[in-house]
Design a protein around this ligand. Structure first.
Ligand code: NAD
Length: 507
């Protein structure tokens, strides 16, 4: 496997790095098995509590120096990271696909997203604007500026094993922060590969040791970051269960958290939809990444007049889906991440059936030589009612629920009637419907699209969602402000000391 060699991934790997130094292994290994074929790809030695302490101290020390580098100079380092990712796109995309199980196209797409955020961050490094405002007092000037925050902890999920780190780290770096990344224990080699790529760039640019750190391990490593007052911001991507735990711990020490949690995304298909576009958007949204995207389409809310037509088209499309090795471009759907994910898929199907769900396309686990990891499942479709409890849950698997509506108001109530609020879409050529969906009385999600599916966001926009999705915004727009502290400055250049609000205080 040449791609492993090109990324300097060995059979046994160290899992703790300060950027310039890999720490000696001191603990149990985390084994990374590919969901593609069940093979052991390699092991990573997990970070111990003592090693975490060293890393956090090094990150703090490096912060004192890194923040003094002018932002455009920091941007120049990030530009080189982007260039290195361009060179390694082929290999890193393959590793993402092999370790996580998404299609090779999506693996490469994920690395492209990293390259894009590097470019975006480089541009930002010459901006990071504050505002100037008029003072109410004569001879005074008032403005606000943004300063680096400190050490940023990044906890990431398995399903975007490299991109989520880069969304956070590249912005945090140009803003003058240092980072400690804890990748998912299900995809630790992706973390090691990224650390290898940046280490060379850091060395060439004399970046202080400790600017970009890696720790590996299970949830306890994430808990260290959440509880540590040295970590100014904890950016956590993963399940709502994890986010609630992290939020409570970080809030308990009045730290900052940025949460990107579960979604339960719906597409409304109106009577005025272009059904061909609707079908493509719905099927890619539902089965892409085997239903393991936070933005996966889990619910289709279909107008009664086109319901039967959409059902027939969906059934036909699902019959054409090819399931198998995601590295083979002929396949549309790869495996789930592990056996636990397969079990939760089966449990959800059973629960759906018990609540009265009628399966239009049946699910099931695939068996045979091509599916020997045991993680390949059939994408399935069930007709359901909005009140079923299973429809309100995020099952991280390719299960699509169909719901019927009569009026757009009713469709919006169904769309918003779940605890999560990440991505949403309407398929319609009717301007009034589209605008109603986007209005304050429309979708309650962080992302609302028209004639585009729910999955596949561009890095230029702020990404994130409301309600149990956690309220965080990452990536583009002004998400960089999460990684900085705002300071308001008022300067008096007059010969008097007038007080605000005209308050008099004479001696
Ligand atoms: P997970 O919550 O099981 O794990 C995510 C990360 O959190 C891992 O690194 C894990 O070790 C760590 N962790 C778990 N419990 C923790 C705790 N109590 N304290 C600190 N760290 C803890 O999620 P997963 O199965 O890896 O990923 C799937 C989930 O992630 C889905 O719910 C998906 O919607 C969500 N997700 C959301 C976004 C988004 O941007 N909103 C993006 C990707 C994934």
């Amino acid at each position: 496997m040449d791609f492993l060699k090109s990324l300097s991934i060995e059979k046994t790997n160290r899992g703790t790095s300060t950027g310039g130094t890999w720490l000696e292994p001191l603990s149990e290994d985390i084994a990374s098995y590919s969901p593609v074929d069940g093979a052991l790809i390699g092991t990573v030695s997990a970070t111990t509590a003592g090693q975490y302490g060293l890393v956090a101290a090094q990150a703090q020390k490096a912060f004192a120096e890194w923040r003094s580098w002018p932002a455009p100079r920091r941007g120049a380092v990030v530009r080189q990271i982007g260039d290195a990712l361009r060179r390694q796109k082929e290999s890193l995309g393959r590793l993402v696909s092999y370790e996580m199980g998404k299609s090779l196209q999506e693996g490469w797409g994920e690395v492209q997203e990293m390259i894009d955020i590097c470019d975006f961050a480089v541009g930002l490094s010459r901006q990071l604007y504050g505002l100037a405002m008029h003072s109410e007092r004569p001879g005074h000037r008032m403005y606000e500026q943004y300063h680096p925050l400190g050490v940023v902890g990044i906890i990431s999920a398995f399903n975007f094993p490299v991109a989520v780190w880069s969304w956070n780290a590249m912005l945090a770096l140009v803003c003058g922060n240092t980072c400690i990344w804890k990748p998912s224990e299900k995809t630790p080699l992706c973390g090691v590969a990224c650390q290898n790529i940046i280490s060379h760039i850091f060395e060439n640019n004399n970046v202080p040791d400790g600017v970009c750190n890696l720790i590996t391990g299970d949830r306890s490593a994430g808990e260290w970051l959440a509880a540590d007052p040295r970590i100014a911001l904890v950016s956590a991507t993963g399940s709502t269960r994890m986010g609630k735990a992290v939020a409570a711990t970080v809030a308990g020490r009045l730290g900052r958290s940025l949460l990107e949690l579960g979604g339960n995304n719906a597409i409304i298909i109106s009577k005025d939809a272009d059904l061909d576009i609707a079908l493509l958007g719905a099927v890619f949204g539902a089965v892409g990444t085997a239903g393991q995207r936070c933005t996966t389409t889990r619910r289709l809310i279909i107008h009664e007049s086109v319901y039967e037509a959409v059902k027939a088209k969906l059934k036909q499309a699902y019959n054409q889906l090819k399931i198998g090795d995601p590295l083979d471009p002929a396949n549309h759907v790869g495996p789930l991440i592990d056996q636990a994910a397969v079990q939760s898929y089966l449990n959800a199907i059973e629960k759906c059936r018990a609540e009265g769900g009628r399966f239009l396309v049946e699910g099931g686990v695939l068996e045979g030589a091509s599916f020997k990891s045991g993680c390949y499942v059939k994408p399935c479709i069930a007709e359901v009612e909005p009140l079923y409890t299973i429809v309100k849950e995020e099952t991280f698997a390719p299960i699509l629920y169909l719901l019927k509506y009569q009026t757009l108001e009713e469709a919006i109530v169904i769309q918003n009637g779940v605890p999560q609020g990440l991505s949403s879409a309407i398929m319609t050529l009717n301007l009034r419907e589209a605008e109603q969906f986007l209005s304050y009385a429309g979708s309650d999600c962080g992302i609302a699209n028209v004639n585009i599916g729910t999955s596949g966001a561009e890095i230029g926009g702020a990404f994130g969602g409301e309600k149990e999705t956690g309220g965080g915004r990452e990536s583009g727009s002004d998400a960089w402000k999460n990684y900085m502290r705002r300071q308001t400055n008022t300067i008096n250049y007059s010969a008097a000391l007038p007080l605000a609000q005209g308050i008099r205080f004479d001696l």
